[in-house]
Design a protein around this ligand. Structure first.
Ligand code: COA
Length: 118
């Protein structure tokens, strides 16, 4: 299930976000986490089964768009549908109030999730 990020998950969240293509830059990663902690328009969620296995982040833009900007699943649990489940949960959570869309980094996977729904 998706749970909301809290400060005590900082290390695991940073580990997950570091799998994003731009995630190797530690300074940028720290800035990203800071934004998720402090900016009320940035929302980070974690996928929890027994352990935390994934992360997905949303940025609210102009009170209109909910932009999915980070998606990451721990390498040992990829290709098991967790990424897709996270995208679908976020769509359900935000669809009523916002237009849910991907950013340029999550676009390809976001579209793949749609394809699989058909
Ligand atoms: C992208 C990612 C989140 C997918 O998570 P996942 O739990 O393995 O995804 P699912 O099991 O729901 O779906 C797997 C499918 O997505 C495909 N896929 C993986 N990465 C993809 C990408 N960047 N673009 C399009 N499709 C992708 C897989 O090839 C697989 O396809 P198949 O079902 O035809 O074999 C995971 O691979 C990851 O953490 N990657 C590193 C982080 C990253 O690069 N994020 C940016 C892209 S969102």
């Amino acid at each position: 299930m998706l749970i909301r990020y809290k400060k005590n998950f900082e290390k695991i969240a940073m580990g997950l976000l570091s799998f994003m293509p731009e995630g190797k830059d530690i300074k940028k990663l720290q800035e990203t986490i800071n934004n998720y902690e402090k900016n009320p328009d940035w929302h980070l969620y974690l996928w929890k089964e027994e352990d935390i296995l994934g992360a997905i982040g949303v940025k609210i833009e102009n009170d209109i768009n909910a932009v999915i900007q980070h998606i990451s699943v721990t390498p040992s649990h990829r290709k098991m549908g967790i990424g897709k489940k996270m995208v679908n949960e976020i769509k359900k959570m935000y669809n009523e109030k916002y237009a849910v869309c991907p950013d340029e980094r999550t676009l390809e996977f976001y579209n793949k999730c749609d394809e699989n729904n058909e």
